[in-house]
Design a protein around this ligand. Structure first.
Ligand code: ATP
Length: 328
């Protein structure tokens, strides 16, 4: 039976890279039915809602969702969408591919980011004129869930090192809990682990990226550190991500709408195509996913590539080259 995929391109280059990824998926032996959903700035301008009810319904009913990016309405789109699919783990692999002139030639780091709470819980207020506050939420249940996910991911995907990122020396209650729980969970797994203060970790990720495997992070730290790693491996155009829940999942590039290049047809489709490969893994098509990744690697090494990687190809040309290289 065909897998039903909710396809939500959103704004900016989302409208260019998501069709690239569905083109790739459609050319695989896996069977898909794509159901389109609208969301983002343009949708809000047209309908009044950044994430219309119909789009929520499409995402909730689908086997998986492929999302692009949203502009100013990002918080009104992606946060509720992650809730709709019940996701709690944001998986962001940052890997160096041969042929890409990356700052870090041998990085293979997977950020496992808690994505339901922390400072992104959305609890902000203006308590007096000129004074605003934000409430950081950390629950034992969410810490345990993300740590368990991270250690299991490491074991299942062949990573022999886990790093727990935190700032428990300053945020003693919230990150103190995160650290305690993650350590306890780590003690129940075979994979070795270390803990790292997130600011020192940022430096060390730049100095010694090849020494890291899976990095388990609170919400904001995971967002920032994975973008830092994107710079190390060749830019935001390369980083895919999965938002995984108990039953459903949403896949999206780490990058946003890239307004500076939107509409020019030169966005790098790699991040979204690799997100589609993660979707294939999730739907139990590991061989197909491996073939897609193999084709991407070949094109990154041999070209044609888009201008962000030093090439002159359009999004369509690079996508077609990936399709041509796929070998099932
Ligand atoms: P947003 O506000 O939606 O997050 P942004 O421009 O602040 O948009 P990103 O979209 O994440 O942030 O991208 C930052 C920059 O990285 C872009 O302006 C663009 O130059 C580059 N970039 C991001 N994604 C791609 C891509 N797929 N292909 C080429 N360049 C990209």
């Amino acid at each position: 039976m065909a897998h039903e995929i909710a396809v939500i391109p959103g704004d900016g280059i989302g409208g260019e890279v998501v069709p690239a990824a569905t083109t790739v998926l459609a050319e695989t032996p896996a069977d898909f039915e794509f159901v389109r959903g609208d969301a983002g700035d343009a949708t809000r301008a047209e309908t009044g809602a950044a994430l219309p009810e119909q789009t929520r319904t499409v995402a909730a009913a689908a086997d998986a969702t492929l999302f692009g990016a949203a502009g100013e309405t990002a918080a009104d789109v992606i946060l509720p969408l992650r809730e709709v699919v019940g996701s709690y783990a944001n998986v962001r692999p940052a890997r160096t591919y041969p042929g890409v002139g990356a700052l870090a030639p041998d990085a293979d780091i997977v950020f496992v980011r808690e994505n339901t709470e922390g400072v992104y819980a959305g609890i902000e207020s203006e308590i007096a004129d000129g004074v605003r506050t934000l409430t950081r939420v950390t629950t034992e249940a969410a810490c345990e869930r993300i740590a368990e996910f991270g250690f299991t991911y490491a074991a299942e995907n062949g990573y022999d090192q886990v790093t727990i990122a935190h700032k428990a020396n300053v945020m003693r209650e919230t990150d103190g809990l995160f650290l305690d729980v993650a350590r306890r969970v780590g003690g129940e797994h075979e994979t070795g682990y270390e803990t790292a203060l997130m600011d020192a970790l940022a430096t060390d990720l730049v100095m010694r990226p090849e020494t890291y495997g899976v990095v388990i992070c609170p919400n904001l730290a995971g967002d920032v550190l994975s973008d830092l790693a994107a710079g190390l491996v060749g830019g935001l155009g390369l980083l895919p991500s999965a938002n995984v829940g108990r039953e459903n999942a949403l896949f999206e590039p780490v990058h946003g709408t890239a307004p500076d290049i939107a509409g020019e047809g030169v966005a790098n489709p790699t991040a979204t195509v690799l997100s589609a490969a993660m979707l294939l893994d999730h739907l139990d098509h590991p061989e197909v996913a491996a073939a897609v990744r193999g084709a991407v690697e070949t094109v990154l090494a041999e070209g044609p590539t888009t201008p962000d990687l030093g090439g002159t190809a359009t999004t369509d040309e690079m996508t077609n080259a990936i399709v041509t290289q796929m070998d099932f």
